[in-house]
Write a protein that binds this ligand. Structure first.
Ligand SMILES: Cc1ncc(COP(=O)(O)O)c(C=O)c1O
Length: 352
């Protein structure tokens, strides 16, 4: 079967481009002796996770426990980090059960989370690895190195838990002083930190400038997206993930309507000098995919020299690959236009 035979809208990945991204980033991390721990929330697909492990990844990152359960059940069970506060009895029981099937580490940023982890692990006679999440952005994470030290001390003294170090997201070069200060406090207190985990695709290829990192978590590196295209970390050819769509209406000379909207691309939008964009149309770089309803993509084609016709098919790069993938049941893997595999997106929708 060829790409022309696929019905639209359909999520596709170009294998040559995917594999080149996997190789390029793995080569960089191997060269700098930093562990690459791919974040599977981008592709949510067992086949790609297995490829990442085969290339030398030290383990995987899963944002949610449900994603980790899918990966471990599918044989990606060597070493899993969940950089998320696991709160609540139902999840804690699942976490402890999972810790018996893989080497598992989980993040914490509060005494509350640590107490829950410890009680569940101790009750079950299990050991769960814990890293302190250090806040470097506007999301979770303890706010200061001193708070990280105090939480690390609590973890080290908690039955059922093993202190494994710390993590942060995102870790640009500017976050280095904060990491250094925190590690100095750990060292002074004699606390172990075998894991110092950084993250983000944007900072991935400068991870060597933060030599304290033992590992780096990157997700989007494998497929890129409009943000990476604009930033210059990925070319159009390196943006491996696309949604193939059909032009279904041309209501005015300047407007094209595609058969994929927010349910194909997700609702992610990027803002730039020219306004908002929900995707980049490979065949029509001058077109502006500015908005969408659930099943309609709204495209301004006024700047295009030649304009798309009804029935024509186009490839759209999503702004944010991770939620885009989450909208689909399957990922069609293509090599030079030929369908090589159809992968179930096994960890889609695993929000718990
Ligand atoms: C905790 C954590 N680590 C790593 C990543 C991977 O970063 P990126 O999506 O830039 O590849 C993310 C992405 O959201 C994240 O939340």
């Amino acid at each position: 079967m060829r790409v022309e035979d696929l019905d639209t809208p359909v999520l596709i990945v170009d294998l040559d481009s995917l594999e080149e991204n996997l190789d390029r980033y793995q080569r960089y991390f191997t060269q700098h002796q930093i562990g690459l721990r791919p974040h599977i929330k981008t592709h949510k697909t067992l086949a790609i996770a297995h490829q990442q492990m085969k290339r030398g990844a030290i383990g995987i990152t899963c944002q949610k426990l449900g994603e980790a359960e899918v990966m471990v059940a599918g044989g990606v069970d060597q070493d899993v980090l969940i950089p998320y506060n696991i709160v609540g009895a139902l999840k804690l029981d699942r976490l402890v059960a999972l810790s018996r099937r893989t080497r598992l580490s989980v993040a914490a940023d509060s005494a509350y989370t640590v107490e829950g982890l410890s009680a569940a692990a101790h009750r079950a006679g299990a050991t769960v690895g814990v890293v302190v999440e250090l806040g470097v952005g506007s999301r979770a994470g303890v706010p200061t190195p001193q708070a990280a030290l105090e939480l690390a001390q609590q973890i080290a003294q908690s039955p059922g838990l093993e202190l494994r170090g710390l993590m942060a997201f995102p870790t640009s070069v500017q976050t280095r002083p904060l990491l250094q200060e925190t590690l100095a406090l750990y060292d002074r207190a004699g606390l172990p930190h075998p894991i110092v985990s950084g993250g983000s695709t944007a900072s991935a290829l400068s991870a060597h400038q933060v030599p304290e990192l033992t590992e780096h978590r990157a997700g989007e590196y494998c497929v890129g997206g409009v943000g990476h295209l604009r930033r210059g970390t990925h070319s159009v050819a390196q943006c491996a993930l696309r949604v193939l769509m059909t032009v279904v209406s041309r209501p005015t000379p300047d407007r094209a309507i595609l058969d994929g909207g927010s349910k194909s691309l997700s609702a992610s939008v990027i803002q730039d000098g020219e306004g908002s964009s929900m995707g980049y149309i490979v065949e029509y770089p001058q077109a502006r995919f500015h908005s969408a309803s659930e099943e309609h993509g709204h495209v301004d084609v006024s700047a295009c020299d030649t304009k798309p016709r009804i029935g024509e098919r186009v490839q759209v790069l999503p702004v944010h690959p991770c939620p885009c993938v989450n909208e689909h049941d399957e990922l069609v893997a293509l090599r030079q236009g030929r369908v090589e595999a159809v992968w179930p997106i096994a960890a889609r929708g695993k929000i718990r």
